[in-house]
Design a protein around this ligand. Sequence first.
Ligand code: SF4
Length: 70
Amino acid sequence: MTRRLHIDWTACDGRGTCTELLAEVLVEDDWGFPLARDGSPRPAVPAGLEAAARQAVDRCPLLALRLVQD
Ligand code: SF4
């Protein structure tokens, strides 16, 4: 199974905490909103980055991030 990051765009306000914590997976767009580096709407989390992804989920101030599995 692949772990993926789900971003709730209705909740995210683009402050960029997640892009700082998970820079290997996410990059900020021009307005500070997170975009997947791989262009996916639900970017895959590499095995070695699961702890960082969990930290990004836990620290999102608006609960806009979730980890999901394929
Ligand atoms: S930490 Fe949450 S609110 Fe902030 S940019 Fe990331 S998803 Fe959006």
